[in-house]
Ligand binder design. Sequence first.
Ligand code: ADP
Ligand code: NG1
Length: 458
Amino acid sequence: MATEGPAMRRIQVAEHPRLLKLKEMFNSKFGSSPKFYVRAPGRVNIIGEHIDYCGYSVLPMAVEQDMLIAVEPVKTNTLQLGNTNPLYPDFSTSSNNIQIDKTKPLWHNYFLCGFKGIQEHFGLSDLTGMNCLVDGNIPPSSGLSSSSALVCCAGLVTLTALGMNLSKVELAEICAKSERYIGTEGGGMDQSISFLAEEGTAKLIEFSPLRATDVKLPSGAVFVIANSCVEMNKAATSHFNIRVMECRLAAKLLAKHKGLQWNKVLRLEEVQAQLGISLEEMLSVTEDALHSDPYSPEEICMCLGISLDELRTQILSQNTRDVPIFKLYQRAKHVYSEAARVLQFKKICEEAPDNVVQQLGELMNQSHRSCRDMYECSCPELDQLVDICRKFGAQGSRLTGAGWGGCTVSIVPVDKLPGFLANVQEAFYQGSDASFAPEKQSLFATKPGGGALVFLEA
Ligand code: ADP
Ligand code: NG1
């Protein structure tokens, strides 16, 4: 139900080795016991890449890997954060003065995004302090949404410490907005699935208004995640925001071409909605209105009748103001075609005709080609991994998440799984020129997991 908040479960911590270890570490770090625990999962996006921030529906499922935080509210105003992974140093701040530095995506800033989101939602200036110990097992910067899992977990931690309630939809919207404090202009896919996921089903996530609908995946196939071992931190580079801005500019130029009020338009979906035409027709409009050569900022200003200063300060984000070229045609073509593939994927899953795995795989392959060629968010390692996965039995394989590194997701017929895993392991991770750090290598079958939860010790 849309109004329901995340579940709260009573558990015997002693029966859960990861929780027990976290409790013991918490005890030795803070000299007291956690009062509650929160977990929020990462996700794999099966299809629908780089379209959530354009207003289009996406099709992710939660993975088992998650962020887990042990929490003790305290009477002072100090927020103390520790992490079980020594790569992430301790941090402490006053809960009344939350500063998030957009220029440095340090780990604690993701926590602060979730914290600040809840603080602002309730208009609270005087928040209680907390001791928190974070334990995450989602490969970072790998397209499985470790950052959003941390933001969502921190949001739910803060809400629980305050003794307040919000629905999963409200939490997802708050955390999607507050993660942008880190500097990336993301859509809401990751936060939505982290809260709205349910075990056993993938979800179609629609925006404005946000809702999640079950999508039953075919029983004859499994989805396999493989890490290309190339990390790409969205907030530390401008790749991601450049794509968001290219889509924004494409939307404005398409709207202007069609005589719409272009200055109010931000997303490619708004152009389609205002024209009241199909995604296929939007692809033709794109052909007519945009050219495939890159646009200079000067040409964009000329098309829209604005000054360079207006473009830089009123339309572009801080870290894209000096970008010399924008590829508008290619990005819009990707977005409209990818949005159509999501709907086809869902339809095929619902109708379950024969050869469903092959059809779904073909859509995933098309999605990867479009990400690689039109959206330019792949990299040589991802392309190689996708080829290897297809060679050893995947019916379809594609990059998942933001790209430029990170993971692939492949659809593999159940009977081919053991051979697939063994062959991909050998060909990619142990290949002649592979020198991947062992801790980054991961290749595993996954199934739809559940969403964020609060645990209380029984
Ligand atoms: P993703 O695609 O996984 O969301 P991002 O590059 O957006 O990748 O975010 C990754 C960042 O999230 C890391 O650099 C780190 O700051 C934070 N992060 C990920 N995992 C953890 C963890 N276990 N503990 C603390 N911070 C983490
Ligand atoms: P990753 O980098 O995989 O967490 C990002 C965005 C998503 C979406 C995908 C691309 C954030 C928090 N996440 O996901 O909203 O746009 O890229 O489909 O910005």
